[in-house]
Design a protein around this ligand. Structure first.
Ligand code: MG
Length: 381
């Protein structure tokens, strides 16, 4: 059966943690969105309409270069609106069937498409679905009841429809309601939706941990990389100092353009170094007034975000602070906690150590504080 496809990729990905929207994160070295585009093209889609957020239109156009019959359009405020924008972009009466797919399900194959189109032969729509395997409970803090899972399914995408039926169903859908999938729209309009075999590999990437699992499924080799960072700031008059994201009462402060948190600066540089992304000064120039007095948390989070967008993650980090004063030991646990939070890793992946230089050198003379950081990250090879 002749078919076209609409890929919805306009969501905000708020549950997926820091980083670019899901369709634009890396999986096996290319954007997640490109997996679905290639799979649908390989399965013989006549037209592929990719619906993306306004800000990503030019990236989408670039990604679609060389894919015949593919185009990118702007999405709406909701998924349903985005689907309708995609349907509107399909030439009227051009194809009998349309597959509507979420970009966050990258492991689509030709076999999935064939199964859906076969099911569509005798229905208005077809959804890939898996029977519910876990026992279902209803309740809040305690179980109120056990729900029978008999006849219950987990619906996935792509979902296949007769194009004219889906268009008419959306036209009749109430404007104030938000359907959770496209099949629900056709069901409400009285259409017959067939259940086709689902596949665990059609899983939706939603939470941060889903991406690491997806990398394994993508079969891409992963490598560990090491980065190191060094930073120093000069002591000056003050009442407190920021170190490793923690404010410590002290009779001096570190002088710098930002909050002068040498620990966070060294760690930021270590992450950037591990992934070959330059250094902190390049990303946050000291000449730029917007970073004056800035909390250094954002520098570190920015580096973590670049890493995340490359499909990478932190393995562990080790920071050493070199100074005679203040005593670091009483603050070490708080520093580790804060760093673990910022890096998004368990506490045992983070170390903060301190040493003096026994009065020697600039740290010994208490002219300044030195911070060193080493980090290991894991990224697609
Ligand atoms: Mg610095």
């Amino acid at each position: 059966m002749d078919f076209s496809a609409v890929i919805v990729a306009a969501g905000s990905s708020t549950r997926a943690g820091p980083g670019a929207p899901k369709p634009w994160r890396s999986l096996g070295g290319r954007p997640i969105l490109s997996w679905s585009i290639e799979a649908l093209a390989a399965a013989g889609a006549r037209q592929i309409v990719v619906v993306v957020a306004e800000a990503w239109i030019s990236e989408a156009a670039e990604l679609l270069q060389g894919v015949p019959g593919a185009l990118a359009v702007r999405g709406g405020a909701t998924r349903a609106e985005s689907v309708q924008q995609g349907l509107a972009a399909l030439p009227a009466g051009d194809t009998a069937a349309v597959l509507v797919h979420d970009a966050a399900r990258p492991f689509l194959t030709t076999a999935h498409v064939r199964g859906l189109l076969a099911a569509l032969e005798v229905a208005d729509g077809a959804v890939p679905a898996l029977p519910v395997a876990d026992t279902l409970k209803r309740g809040r803090d305690v179980v109120a009841e056990t729900v029978s899972r008999d006849g219950l399914w987990r619906a996935q995408t792509p979902q296949a429809f007769r194009l004219d039926v889906l268009r008419a169903a959306y036209a009749a859908w109430p404007a104030d309601a938000e359907p959770t999938d496209d099949a629900a729209v056709v069901e409400r309009a009285g259409g017959k939706v067939a259940i086709a075999p689902g596949d665990p590999r059609l899983m939706k990437l939603t939470y941060p941990e889903d991406f690491a699992m997806a990398e394994q499924l993508a079969g891409g080799a992963r490598i560990t990389r090491i980065g190191q960072g060094v930073d120093a700031h000069r002591w000056g008059p003050g009442e407190a100092v920021w170190l490793c994201g923690v404010k410590i009462e002290h009779d001096q402060t570190l002088i710098g353009h930002s909050d002068a948190d040498a620990g966070l600066h060294a760690l930021t540089d270590a992450i950037l170094g591990a992934i070959g992304e330059g250094d902190i000064g390049e990303h946050f120039p000291p000449s730029d007034p917007q970073w004056k007095g800035a909390a250094s948390d954002r520098f570190l989070l920015h580096a973590v975000e670049i890493l995340t967008n490359k499909g990478g993650r932190i393995v562990n980090a080790d920071v050493t602070l070199v100074c005679e004063r203040p005593k670091i030991r009483p603050h070490r646990d708080a520093m580790r906690q804060r760093l673990a939070e910022l890096l998004g890793v368990p506490l045992d992946r983070v170390s903060v150590k301190a040493t003096t230089t026994e009065g020697m050198g600039f740290t010994g003379r208490q002219e300044g504080l030195l911070a060193q950081a080493i980090v290991a990250v894991e990224t697609p090879a």
